[in-house]
Design a protein around this ligand. Structure first.
Ligand SMILES: [Cu+2]
Length: 164
């Protein structure tokens, strides 16, 4: 009995010793943690900034889109801008070409081609949706044989004159 009591006390003492040690090491770890955290926070901030600017990087893309006039321009650009991740879209009525700037983590070139085609306009890769084309105003019923993605210089006109 006596032995077991002693043992018990010893156990208690041990428990206290252990918890003292635990508290001490927790304090040490916390102190170390605070110091290293400060350094890590700095590093993390730098990394995050780099990653963010990577995410924000825009891809520029140009491709041919058929169309006639300013109304076409509105429809085409509205369709391209409607794609999530597209930052800007500018269709050139003379060159029959669109310049698009987009976030390639959110969308891709094909999604933009498809969105424009869905609004009724032919792109280099996707034919315009026929129903949407039928719904376009008369002035916008562009020729499906129209050249697109032209340089926009006189060169192409000279060529066609030459051929005839
Ligand atoms: Cu038009």
């Amino acid at each position: 009995m006596n032995f077991s009591k002693k043992n018990h006390e010893h156990k208690n003492k041990n428990v206290i010793d252990v918890s003292k040690k635990v508290i001490l090491s927790v304090a040490v770890i916390a102190a170390l943690g605070l110091t290293s955290c400060k350094n890590e926070t700095k590093k993390e901030t730098e990394t995050t900034t780099t990653e963010m600017s990577k995410d924000m990087a825009m891809t520029d893309l140009s491709f041919g889109v058929r169309g006639n006039c300013g109304m076409c321009k509105n429809t085409i650009e509205k369709a391209a801008n409607g794609v999530e991740g597209v930052a800007s879209a500018n269709w050139d009525v003379d060159k029959k070409k669109i310049d698009v700037s987009f976030d390639d983590t959110k969308t891709d070139a094909m999604a933009i081609h498809k969105a424009i085609a869905a609004s009724g306009y032919d792109t280099e890769k996707v034919a315009g949706d026929e129903e949407a084309y039928d719904g376009l105003p008369g002035c916008c019923k562009y020729d499906h044989e129209m050249m697109m993605n032209q340089s926009g210089e006189e060169k192409s006109d000279d060529h066609s004159n030459h051929d005839h």
